[in-house]
Ligand binder design. Structure first.
Ligand SMILES: [Zn+2]
Length: 356
């Protein structure tokens, strides 16, 4: 999910907006302009900004509740379906997870109550005209908050209701299985939205369906991976049979190594077995394509900053290093000699073998 950009920091969290959020804004704005002209479009702009503020408030509901349990929220991303607060970690206790999940929709219910107290009326017919200025700003905002709360309480991933659902399932089964059930429910809901969107010609609903489907799957995979990572140590996952380069090898030697092995990453080891860095196949190809002389030292294209773990470290540390973009994670003895390394590819193989 890199299709988002930053708006700045609020209350300790970076506020990011996903590009699809603007599709929602554009859809609402266009509908108003084509039916009511400029005045309607201006009112809609105000409405959209207020809606934006309500979605932000919803996410801060999650973030502030999580903070009560000592969990930080590094960033919040706004999406058409209400946004995602990325918590630093999930609460261990299922009931804490329930409270964090409920805090978001609860904020929208509170806003709705406040708007009703301010005089927002609730004739149900206006719901169909939520994208026009007919029903009045206050009424529309009240409705939108009720919709945000209701939509997010659907008991399926990735909605907040899905987290509540999973936490309740966790009381009966393990977390991986509970996540799979909640994700499956999410994909069933997504298929339902997809059909509804296609049959009514509502492109936004189809977009939401695709997003829900993908997000439900990603959540399920992530939890499976984390659960495997918790059970496996670095020494069980590392590559121990590999071809290493020495610090005085040239690019020509490295090119030979690429041809004679199936490796994509080559550790450069000094004579005492200490790791100096990794030469990757991609960097080598790029150097040769730039017509760098083949007699240049291989260390000139080496990536020197390779994260190191101990043999008995858990795989979670390895996953974090790979997520930050390292080509490999070195597994070293207490004395500092490299005995193996772990790449994204062999983590993938491990997941296939241990993941179910
Ligand atoms: Zn939420």
């Amino acid at each position: 999910m890199t299709w988002s950009f930053s708006l700045g920091r609020i209350l300790g969290s970076e506020l990011r907006v996903h590009v699809t959020f603007f599709l929602l804004l554009a859809w609402v704005g266009f509908a108003a302009y084509s039916s009511g002209g400029l005045a309607a479009a201006v009112e809609n702009l105000i409405f959209v900004l207020a809606l934006f503020a309500c979605v932000v408030a919803h996410e801060f509901g999650h973030a502030l509740m999580a903070r009560r349990y000592g969990i930080k929220t590094p960033d919040i991303t706004l999406l058409p379906i209400g946004g995602l607060a990325r918590l630093e970690r999930m609460p261990e206790n299922p009931m804490q997870e329930v409270w964090v999940a409920l805090a978001g929709p609860a904020v929208n219910v509170v806003i709705w109550v406040l708007l009703v107290l301010l005089g927002a009326g609730m004739p149900l017919e206006t719901l169909a005209q939520i994208d026009s200025t007919g029903p009045g700003l206050l009424n529309r905002l009240a409705y939108v908050n009720l919709l945000l709360a209701a939509f997010n309480m659907i008991p399926a991933f990735p909605m907040d209701g899905g987290r509540v659902f999973r936490a309740l399932l966790c009381l009966k089964m393990d977390r991986v299985k509970a996540t799979r059930v909640a994700a499956l429910a999410g994909q069933a809901v997504a298929v339902g939205f997809g059909f509804l969107g296609l049959s009514t010609g509502n492109a936004l609903l189809v977009l939401i369906a695709v997003f829900v489907f993908v997000a439900a799957n990603a959540e399920s995979q992530d939890v499976t991976m984390r659960s495997v990572a918790r059970r496996v140590l670095a020494r069980d996952a590392m590559i121990t049979e590999f071809h290493a380069l020495s610090p005085d090898d040239t690019l020509a030697t490295a090119a030979q190594a690429v041809i004679h092995t199936t490796q994509h990453e080559f550790p450069v080891l000094s004579p005492d077995g200490k790791l100096q860095g990794f030469v990757t196949r991609n960097r080598l190809f790029a150097a040769l394509a730039d017509e760098t002389p083949r007699s240049n030292p291989a260390t000139s294209i080496m990536e020197p900053d390779i994260p190191k773990v101990r043999l008995t470290d858990g795989l979670e540390a390895v996953l974090d290093g790979l997520h930050k973009g390292a080509p490999a994670i070195a597994v070293c003895t207490a004395a500092g000699a490299m005995v193996g390394y772990i790449t994204r590819e062999n983590i993938g193989e491990l997941m296939v073998l241990n993941g179910r």
